[in-house]
Design a protein around this ligand. Structure first.
Ligand code: HPA
Length: 232
């Protein structure tokens, strides 16, 4: 079965998939970290590939930016293609002063200003959390590799250019580590379907220190994040 957004056939996609936001990042990962690579999707240039890492099948596909985009792709991966372990690999903006550029953030849970969970008709606020199994493995690997990493809550925001430049400080005051734009939807889709999801992020900018990485500088820390995600 293909979908309106994915031309892969059943069986083309591995049970484990890495999900960067940028489809060219997916291509880079496939070319630099995987063997025996086959491309399974080009629809909307949202490239997807399946290959092998240390002999085991793994896929990688872009998700695009934001909740609606990852909501679509991850739903189809789970329900049409039988994917069981979904690991987002992305970048984030730090909310807390102790986070430095290139640090890893391993998301235990995600807050949001998105209405994504309203579709479930829950009588309250849903806490979107990552898979304990994937979280535990990721933290162990980061420790073994001696990588600077933080584990905790993140913010999935619908807004990149916020009309109120101070609004993030309220989330920081709740101990939220960093902001990105996709994980809440990924965690909801996974929870509803009973499969595993995790997000691993690299700090690409700091709202506290107002610092920013360049594209080339990101590559080094990006490799750390990839190695954790692939080893899980
Ligand atoms: N805001 C939202 N998403 C992000 C950011 C940010 O500052 N940095 C990386 N992803």
């Amino acid at each position: 079965m293909t979908t309106p957004h994915n031309s892969a056939k059943k069986g083309d996609i591995a049970e484990k998939i890495l999900l960067p936001g940028d489809p060219l990042r997916a291509k880079y990962i496939a070319e630099n970290f995987l063997d025996d690579v086959k491309q399974f999707n080009t629809v909307r240039n949202m490239f997807g590939f399946t290959g092998k890492y240390k002999g085991k099948e793994v896929s990688v596909m872009g998700t695009g930016m934001g909740v609606p985009s990852i909501g679509i792709y991850s739903y189809e991966l789970i329900h049409e293609y039988g994917v069981k372990n979904l690991i987002r690999v992305g970048s984030c903006g730090a909310y807390l002063p102790e986070l430095e550029l290139y640090d890893l953030v391993i998301a235990q849970a995600a807050c949001t200003n998105s209405s994504y969970a309203s579709q479930y008709g829950l009588n309250g606020t849903y806490s979107a959390i990552s898979s304990w199994e994937l979280l535990y493995k990721a933290v162990k690997i980061a420790e073994e590799k001696n990588l600077r990493h933080f584990v905790g809550n993140i913010m999935t925001s619908d807004i990149f250019y916020d009309d109120n430049p101070e609004s993030w400080k309220k989330w920081a005051g709740m101990g939220v580590l960093a902001v990105e734009m996709e994980s809440y939807a990924l965690f909801c889709n996974a929870a509803k379907a009973g499969v595993n999801a995790l997000t691993i992020l690299t700090v690409s900018d700091s709202l506290v220190h107002q610092t920013l990485t360049t594209a080339e500088e990101r590559e080094k820390s990006f490799t750390n994040m990839m190695e954790v995600a692939l080893e899980i």
